[in-house]
Design a protein around this ligand. Structure first.
Ligand code: NAG
Ligand code: NAG
Ligand code: NAG
Ligand code: NAG
Ligand code: NAG
Ligand code: NAG
Length: 412
């Protein structure tokens, strides 16, 4: 855990200037830097924060505690990234104070009042219709060229965010504008190509580069990638090398087999012990994939240098494959399974609808949208935001057109 937080001193300096970009943490104290050696970060998340500037009086002494609600003290690598630390330290409360003691750099103490973004907007990437959907659209004289399954929209809405569709085959400037304006992005599942031979793959490639750049710049920019989106995430993280192995996990509900370190991960650290136990013992995750990423490939392609493997699952032939990953420093999550199907899709009988399965979806989406609340990007006006929102489109009850695996889809 000692290199969990990476703080860029450049980003810290930028903080003094860009107060609107500030993130939520009651108190953060940075001591140093001493080039080339470890830095120490002390974090105080205690409730009795003293406005007068007693920023770390309540900090714990446990060297390895990470983002606990009582604070802690963290040793990190020399190159540190501010965004990752504050994202990881996200805790309750909407109005908090952040103090950076940069003694050793400028002998300055920077104090800022920060608020959570309570109106997060999440962009959801659209994609080309699959073969069956395309035929059904043609038969109905519908000329749409891309779609988003409504379950992804409902899923972010259920966690307190609004959704914006991200269209495919648009100029680069469109995607740059959206990454500057949105608070988080979703790469949904589906059947498009994950390479730049599809509009989905091309948009995903540019969005991923922009998301990484924004996070490196100190703007917490969360990404959630499901199923095909997960496969594209690993492909991009592997520097555009296909990471996929054929497997058989269509229409299958599974537990997660957690990997070492999962309990302190960004994704699982705040889960209730009941949920953590249920997701290991019960078949709460919905799987619809015929490709898998196996651990060997993940390591060979060095994706493991930047991403933590959080869980594996097994296909029908007992092949063990990677089911959950997250970025080591940024709020970027990938699941081969479909959280959004549990509450919102009904066609296949294997989709889990138990109360525990619904809690799982709510929990992971709350973690994701929680990270988006640390992002203070916005459109230039509420009117501009409205012009992009999904409310400009109406979902179609797609099962009236063909035997779709989706209940409702948005078409563009
Ligand atoms: C900032 O940190 C330095 C080094 O630990 C310490 O000597 C100084 O008192 C701190 N300043 C404040 C205002 O906390
Ligand atoms: C589609 O268009 C063709 C040609 O205009 C027409 O014959 C057909 O009835 C239309 N189908 C539907 C479902 O509207
Ligand atoms: C598509 O990807 C390939 C392989 O990474 C690359 O050589 C090519 O330039 C890309 N094309 C476009 C249009 O981005
Ligand atoms: C990151 O920062 C660089 C340098 O300031 C800037 O040119 C670039 O546009 C930023 N990228 C994003 C995605 O914010
Ligand atoms: C989970 O699914 C498998 C079949 O894929 C089944 O054998 C097992 O009993 C299920 N477990 C539970 C707890 O329902
Ligand atoms: C839960 C909570 O802390 N709510 C606070 C959010 O911020 C407003 C304005 O500062 C306070 O009035 C609320 O009490």
């Amino acid at each position: 855990m000692s290199s969990k937080f990476q703080i860029s001193w450049l980003a810290v300096a930028a903080l003094a200037i860009i107060s609107s970009q500030l993130l939520s943490v009651r108190s953060l104290k940075l001591i140093g830097p001493e080039p080339g050696i470890q830095q120490i970060i002390e974090v105080d998340l205690s409730d009795n924060f003293d406005d007068e500037g007693d920023e770390v009086s309540e900090a714990g002494e446990d060297d390895n505690s990470v983002g606990t609600s009582s604070g802690g003290r963290f040793e990190t690598d020399a190159i540190l990234n501010y965004a990752a630390a504050t994202a990881a330290i996200l805790d309750s409360g909407n109005s908090t104070n952040l103090i950076v003691n940069d003694t050793g750099i400028n002998n300055n103490v920077i104090e800022e009042e920060v608020v959570l973004n309570e109106r997060p907007i999440i962009g959801i990437l659209s994609q080309e219709p699959g073969r069956k959907m395309r035929r059904a659209l043609e038969e109905n004289n519908l000329t749409y060229t891309s779609y988003i399954a409504a379950s992804y929209v409902k899923s972010v809405e259920g966690a307190g965010a609004r959704a914006v569709p991200i269209l495919i085959n648009q100029p680069d400037e469109y995607y740059k504008k959206l990454v500057r304006s949105l608070n988080g992005i979703v790469f949904p599942g589906g059947s498009a190509s994950i390479t730049n031979t599809s509009g989905y793959g091309r948009a995903g490639d540019l969005l991923y580069q922009l998301i990484m750049e924004a996070n490196e710049n100190g703007t917490v920019t969360p990404l959630w990638a499901t199923c095909l989106g997960f496969e594209m995430l690993v492909y991009l993280a592997a520097d555009r090398v296909r990471p996929l192995t054929l497997c058989k996990a269509q229409n299958k509900a599974d537990p997660l087999y957690f990997s070492p370190g999962w309990e302190s991960s960004q994704l699982w650290k705040d889960a209730s012990s009941k949920l953590k136990s249920d997701v290991q013992k019960k078949n709460l995750t919905s799987n619809f994939h015929k490709y898998c990423v196996i651990t060997e490939t993940f390591n060979e392609l060095k994706v493991n240098e930047n991403y933590d493997l959080l869980s594996t699952s097994f296909d029908f032939d007992n092949l063990e494959y990677i089911s959950t990953i997250e970025h080591k420093h940024f709020p970027i999550f990938g699941t081969q399974w479909h959280p959004e199907k549990n509450p919102y899709e009904w066609k296949f009988s294997t989709i889990p609808h138990s109360p525990e399965a619904i809690k799982l979806e709510h929990y992971v989406m709350e973690v994701f949208v929680g990270k988006a609340r640390l992002n203070h990007n916005s459109f230039t006006s509420e009117a501009e935001a409205e012009s992009y929102l999904i409310y400009n489109y109406s979902p179609i009850y797609i099962r009236q057109l063909y035997k779709s695996s989706f209940q409702q889809c948005y078409f563009f």
